[in-house]
Write a protein that binds this ligand. Sequence first.
Ligand SMILES: [Zn+2]
Ligand SMILES: [Zn+2]
Length: 327
Amino acid sequence: MHAMVLEEIGKPLVLKELPIPEPQAAELLIKVLACGVCRTDLHIMDGELPHPHLPLILGHQVVGQVVKSGTNGSLYPAGTFVGVPWLGGCCGQCEFCLSNRENLCDQAVFTGYHRNGGYAEYCVADEHFVLPLTGDKDPVLTAPLLCAGLIGYRAYRLAGPCQTIGLYGFGSSAHLLIQVAKAQGKRVYVFTRPGDVQTQAFAKRLGATWAGGSDEQPPEQLDAALLFAPVGALYVEALKAVKKGGRVVSAGIHMSDIPSFPYRLLWEERSISSVANLTRQDGRDFFEMVKKVPLNVSVKVFSLEEANQALAAIKQGKVEGSVVLRI
Ligand SMILES: [Zn+2]
Ligand SMILES: [Zn+2]
């Protein structure tokens, strides 16, 4: 099979011809149809996340079809459409797994990081961690839901009840979440790189009440803010924008340092926090929600062999919506 492989940190992916993997017990062999490209993939390539399993096939927003299962696997017959998300396994026994927080498991295994992901024609996944899909949609439009959608949704829910919400960074996640927030009657304020009028216009087309630069203050104070750009200074900007009791939640796995800031910005029960990974329940909840709120997914599609160009497109921040490989 063809695969785009990360052989060395800091180097581009390399096109390789590899044997099709054999599923072990409780694993599925999946023919990959589409794989979303995530900023996390860039963080892995750049060595910003520790101990990737090299050589590594990236990709944790996989939509594919089951080819066969390993000896004990039988939950999904051949032909079933499934999604493979970031959480690829957990221990089931640690204090986090036992308290519905498997996203924080001490032994968690992540797709496209600890085990091979979907930048390839085939991948294997633990059948207990895949999400069943209906297969009635173009896989390219479903792939971004598997991380951008559902980890963003986890951050959105952590922000708690709110009427006004700010989104800092308007890429794959935010362009989906704005649609969820609008469907729930919220006013959404979008913050982009200063001067990025193109992305601001995109946000307004999707229903943003206001869009401006991240260095600007919104016209009204916000109940909550979500950070999608990997820039620590945005915590400080967002704290300035939220009202008393406001929550600022980052959905990013890696961020530049947060600069020091005066305590008065945190005072009055404002809070800052982060979201890590996802639980399987997040996945089930998100896909249930999407049935009621169909999302208009904006994608820029690349071929498998163009994975390096796809990653560069995310780095440059020039894509409206999500970046996906059609395999
Ligand atoms: Zn991701
Ligand atoms: Zn665990």
